[in-house]
Unconditional design. Structure first.
Length: 170
């Protein structure tokens, strides 16, 4: 009997710890392979770089998936919510955690609090996102889609939009 209670307690503690480490529930949808959360020693995420034949050194997140910036954002502010955040899941970190810069990441990594309360990672002040259409490392299929651009290791980001909105209306 005591063994069952101990086992039940350990399972409950493990589930609680997993939920706490992931930052709890979020209103944004993760990319199917789950790159919104990464693995740094402190429980945060690591932003790394990869070489793209057509774009040079780009930023990547968990599983080596490409990161993007959005022309509708400004430094320290994310405007991609609702359907936009479903198509372009933000790179998030658990509250109170800091992102880690991998090899080749020379610009400042910061965080901002989104309107849904999650903490998003930014590079050179610009919020970072994944694209739901990228399936594997090296994919850059979201570059130029709806005001989003591949985030470059050299900094900079998407050019401000002309206000026309994307094909999804954001």
């Amino acid at each position: 009997m005591a063994v069952r209670h101990t086992l039940a307690f350990l399972v409950a503690a493990t589930v609680f710890a997993a939920c706490s480490a992931s930052g709890g529930a979020s209103t944004t949808s993760p990319v199917p392979s789950g790159p919104g959360q990464g693995s740094a020693g402190s429980g945060g995420v690591t932003v790394a770089t990869a070489s793209s034949p057509s774009l040079g050194m780009i930023l990547t997140g968990a599983n080596g998936l490409t990161l993007y910036t959005y022309s509708g954002d400004s430094s320290g502010t994310s405007t991609c919510t609702g359907g936009c955040a479903t198509a372009w899941p933000p790179l998030t970190v658990p509250a109170g955690q800091r992102p880690t810069a991998g090899t080749g990441v020379t610009g400042p990594l910061t965080t901002l609090v989104r309107t849904d309360g999650t903490t998003q990672v930014a590079y050179d002040g610009l919020p970072l996102y994944y694209w739901q259409g990228d399936a594997k490392p090296g994919d850059v299929t979201g570059d130029g889609v709806d005001g989003f651009s591949v985030a470059k290791a050299s900094g900079g980001g998407a050019e401000p939009s002309s206000g026309s909105g994307g094909r999804y209306g954001y």
